[in-house]
Design a protein around this ligand. Structure first.
Ligand code: ADE
Length: 249
């Protein structure tokens, strides 16, 4: 196994590169790819920056230039389901590009000429991420996130969800947009800006992938502020804790 780990922002991956052994770095397409061993797994960590194009370019480079056999995307997302709260973890079982619209030439949301709108994540990797995310919230959260931050973000007993995630080149920050997405995709759990692009590239190359996201905000009017505070204070702890459990096996 050679694992590619992508996050959009530094705050979604901080700590992982420091934890890597036998590191080498390579610049490619304005991104720094760090190869090494992550708790005994041969891995490459990279920050894609924000958005679908950036994520797709990063995933394709990981596959073609670095020969990864699996990709995991770790980061934050906005909740679009009322049962999903800040601090919960969502593991995608499928992803859709909510801003794909070539209608009337092709059905809305369908990726033209690929004939599908939803891309399923790898079952085994997704099962494993659900298990390690559950272990993380049960056993690691208390020690890895200090009392003040757990109180502020109300992280008493976060939950792990598995389901549909949507991606688009848009930060969702109004209840109108959130409601519109819920209407389009009644089973949607969370929204972000990269996962479905990685999903499409991995589908095209036949590379198994999974997406794990911590909820930073409610994709509503409070989202910009909630997002900024969450990524500054706690997002990296989640990413580090979950990927560590994933790699330690
Ligand atoms: N990532 C985290 N929160 C988000 C939001 N509200 N919209 C899009 N991407 C996000």
């Amino acid at each position: 196994m050679r694992l590619g780990v992508i996050s959009a922002l530094h705050q979604e991956q901080a700590g992982l590169i420091e934890a890597m052994q036998d590191k080498t770095t390579l610049m490619r397409g304005m991104r720094e790819y760090t190869s090494g061993r992550l708790w005994d797994i041969d891995a490459i960590c990279v920050l894609s920056r924000v958005g679908k194009v950036a994520a797709a370019a990063t995933a394709a480079t990981l596959i073609e230039r670095f020969g990864v056999t699996h990709i995991v995307f770790t980061g934050v997302a906005g909740a679009t389901d009322s049962l999903v709260r800040v601090g919960d973890i969502v593991v995608a079982d499928a992803l859709v590009q909510h801003d794909m619209n070539a209608a009337p030439l092709f059905p809305r949301f369908e990726v033209p000429l690929l004939g599908q709108s939803k891309f399923a994540s790898d079952l085994g990797l997704t099962d494993r991420l659900v298990d390690v995310a559950q272990a993380f919230v049960r056993h690691d959260l208390k020690t890895m996130i200090d009392d003040a931050d757990r109180a502020q973000f109300q992280l008493a007993q976060p939950r792990v969800h598995r389901g549909l995630m949507a991606s688009g080149d848009e930060f969702i920050h109004s209840h109108h947009r959130r409601n519109a997405l819920q209407t389009e995709f009644p089973d949607l759990l969370a929204v972000e800006m990269e996962g479905a692009a990685v999903a499409q590239v991995c589908f095209e190359f036949g590379v198994p992938f999974a997406v794990v996201r911590t909820i930073s905000d409610g994709a509503n009017e409070g989202a910009p502020q909630d997002f900024m505070q969450f990524i500054e204070r706690v997002a990296a702890r989640y990413a580090y804790g979950v990927v560590r459990r994933l790699c330690m096996g």
